[in-house]
Write a protein that binds this ligand. Structure first.
Ligand code: SF4
Length: 225
């Protein structure tokens, strides 16, 4: 089994409720969405393996990734992207010798069903201001994915909402109400450099029905990968 991976590296988790834990990041190429703030490579001829200090040709085999996972001394392995759910079969081919952490846009419920063995899920709720097409359909698929990968005794799931300075707070509240039963908490993540006033107001309203935290991208503040 092979997959296109843009890079593999170790760093701290910079987003959400696990900020600061050490992880190995497997960053896949490609995504089914197209957010305006995205910084992910759609495709790459090579995978940069920062852990071993090698650059290898894509696609990368599951055996290669497995060896890195087995020897990593980390809190968990973060599967990120791009959209890791597009690589569900590749991930299933790996042996879970460490805890697995999923960072997903939550738009692919059919794939989510194949990834129930994850220990941690950092799932996105996209806002309309991300200007994604067929937004209503995306929302329904997001709710379904959270239901499938819901927070349980064995899996910690939270919802991350990336917010610009201006957004439709009522709409975010309504969507969060649909998700609240499936998550441990919500994380409001300001787009880097955006004003915080409206985000703090939204946090206050959401606190009426769920633990809601405002957490920026800490790795960017620290100037690390
Ligand atoms: S969901 Fe994530 S990887 Fe996909 S386009 Fe949006 S920001 Fe980029």
């Amino acid at each position: 089994m092979n997959a296109k991976i843009s890079e593999i590296f170790e760093s701290i988790q910079g987003e959400g409720i696990f900020v600061g834990v050490r992880q190995m990041f497997i960053r896949f190429c490609g995504c089914n969405l197209n957010c305006y703030y995205c910084d992910t490579l759609k495709d790459s001829e090579f995978c940069v393996d920062h852990v071993s200090g090698k650059t290898i040709r894509n696609p990368v085999s599951a055996e290669y990734v497995q060896k890195l996972i087995d020897s990593a001394r980390v809190h968990s392995i973060s599967f990120t992207g791009g959209e890791p759910m597009l690589q569900a079969e590749f991930i299933r081919a790996l042996e879970k010798t460490k805890s697995f952490y999923l960072e997903s846009n939550m738009s692919l419920p059919e794939k989510a069903k194949k990834l129930r063995f994850f220990d941690f899920v950092a799932g996105d709720l996209k806002v309309r201001e991300a200007k994604l097409k067929d937004y209503e359909v995306l929302l329904e698929r997001t709710f379904e994915s959270f239901k499938i990968l819901r927070n349980t005794k064995r899996r910690r799931t939270f919802c991350k909402i990336v917010l610009p300075s201006e957004f439709n707070a009522e709409e975010v509240l309504n969507s969060a109400m649909q998700i609240k039963g499936y998550v441990e908490c919500f994380v409001l993540q300001p787009v880097f450099g955006s004003k915080l006033e409206n985000i703090f107001k939204l946090q206050k309203k959401m606190m009426e029905f769920a633990d809601t935290r405002v957490i920026p991208q800490v790795h960017k503040l620290m100037g690390v990968k």
